[in-house]
Design a protein around this ligand. Structure first.
Ligand code: ADP
Length: 157
């Protein structure tokens, strides 16, 4: 049984993230999507809000669990019994940072491998920061985020 952890900020979760998660859930036996809690960084949404919006957005995925963690991702993955870290790649610009991160993680624990997945081309340009920018300026984010995130943000506006 192979467990994979998909770590990230997910502030908020987007359709790009969701597609990566769906592919991950088809490839691995179990996927834990884990929201990184960085107390130094004030997020757009609280970690609790992010976790609960992810839960509402993944009811169609049976083998996916949601969690949050503080500290090193690799330590969290070890405790969770994961053999794989999933990261998403959008463009060449993601590559350098992600490569460095995966090499640092494998230097810390060589038994946990990073696997890169890509999303559908139509979700490729989406990032949480682009969504926040569009939302903060009154634009329509309905095409980019799962329905529960859309409903939550519309209420908040
Ligand atoms: P982080 O702060 O760790 O980069 P994010 O929530 O921004 O967290 O992203 C988590 C992961 O999902 C990263 O590997 C990122 O490259 C990937 N990702 C984000 N948006 C997309 C997208 N639209 N398509 C594919 N991968 C994505």
């Amino acid at each position: 049984m192979t467990t994979a952890v998909y770590p990230g900020s997910f502030d908020p979760i987007t359709k790009g993230h969701l597609h990566i998660l769906k592919v991950g859930s088809e490839v691995f036996d179990k996927v834990i999507i884990a929201v990184a809690n960085n107390p130094q960084k004030k997020g757009f949404l609280s970690v609790e809000e992010r976790v609960s919006l992810i839960k509402e957005s993944i009811t169609h995925l049976d083998n996916v669990e949601v969690d949050s963690f503080e500290g090193l991702t690799i330590e969290y993955a070890k405790k969770a019994g994961a053999k794989v870290l999933i990261r998403g790649l959008r463009a060449v610009s993601d590559f350098e940072y992600e490569l460095q991160l995966s090499q640092a993680n494998s230097a810390l624990c060589e038994n946990i491998r990073t696997v890169f997945l890509t999303t559908k081309p139509k979700y490729n340009f989406i990032s949480s920061s682009t969504i926040k920018e569009i939302y903060n300026n009154g634009g329509d984010i309905s095409k980019f985020v799962p329905q529960p995130v859309y409903d939550f943000l519309m209420k908040r506006r």
